[in-house]
Design a protein. Structure first.
Lengths: 137, 152
């Protein structure tokens, strides 16, 4: 099973404040542990939403809205892991260093990824499989 | 630059309504165009939040909260990672995407940090460590890809 651990944005991350060296080091150690356990797939941090955009789909139309967006709804980073169960994913999530520093309360979200098998079998699903996306590694 | 492209959740994705064969075919065509253009790095759909959990960090405490979560519009239903030349190029591609939920939907494009963006706090030592980790994770992934597929 693959999971995405989502770190939500904070006012600081949205303001473009960079993490301190100690936090970067703690994050490096955590990801090293994930890699050692053979569960790490990928991890990345996102620039503030001021550097991004949204596209709204409505009645066949596409409208582009430039960032920034309200901080409460945003993502600041994510780590992908492949584990045996949701419980194992949560165990790993609890070991993550507090992503905005130990003194800043926050939440991270653990979400399971769809595997191609979940969509049944069809020609379209076979094509996804050939592209090598949306599958366990 | 690398960008992450999020599909936001709606009532259907949260209710686990799976896409129709036509919708899967349209999305397959779009993904194929991304692969052929050489910009696709990864892409996945997320199961509804009922299959997920949150971990709340408060001081030294960690509290687990099981899904589902109510604020549907704030949830993510899927993502891609693309390698593009600019935000404008990413926007151009998103506009070609079939409406991902079939109804009113929003897709968000966010640039990903590159090592040089972290400045001095990201010391050469930490950077070397991260690069080693990435190489290790990639090696593990490639090894799994080569191994015969395990039955789930």
């Amino acid at each position: 099973m693959r999971f995405m651990i989502i770190v939500k944005a904070s006012r600081d991350s949205e303001a473009g404040a960079m993490p301190e060296e100690a936090l970067l080091a703690a994050m490096a150690k955590y990801h090293e542990d994930l890699a050692k356990a053979g569960v790490l797939l990928d991890a990345n941090a996102l620039h503030p939403s001021s550097k991004g955009a949204r596209i709204r789909y409505s009645g066949g139309k596409r409208n582009v809205i430039d960032g920034p967006f309200a901080a409460t709804t945003l993502i600041a980073g994510f780590t992908f892991i492949q584990v045996k169960s949701k419980a194992e994913a949560i165990e790993w999530a609890k070991r993550m260093p507090a992503p905005h520093g130990e003194h800043n309360d926050c939440e991270i979200e653990v979400r399971q990824l769809f595997e191609l098998e979940d969509f049944g079998s069809s020609e379209a699903i076979e094509r996804f499989r050939e592209m090598g996306v949306a599958s366990e590694r | 630059m690398k960008v992450m492209v999020f599909v936001k959740a709606n009532a259907d994705t949260e209710a686990s309504v799976l896409p129709s064969e036509q919708e899967l075919r349209d999305m397959g065509n779009f993904n194929e165009a991304l692969v052929n253009a050489g910009i696709m790095r990864a892409g996945d759909g997320l199961k509804p939040s009922v299959n997920g959990a949150r971990v709340r960090f408060s001081g030294k405490k960690r509290t687990v909260i099981d899904g589902p979560f109510t604020e549907t519009k704030e949830l993510v239903a899927g993502y891609w990672i693309w390698e593009v030349a600019s935000l404008a190029e990413a926007i151009k591609w998103v506009k070609r995407c079939p409406n991902p939920t079939g109804e009113e939907s929003v897709i968000e494009i966010r640039p990903i940090f590159e090592p040089e963006d972290f400045g001095e706090a990201y010391t050469p030592e930490l950077r070397a460590k991260t690069e080693k980790l990435r190489a290790k994770a990639t090696k593990q992934i490639n090894k799994r890809k080569k191994a015969p597929k395990k039955k789930r």
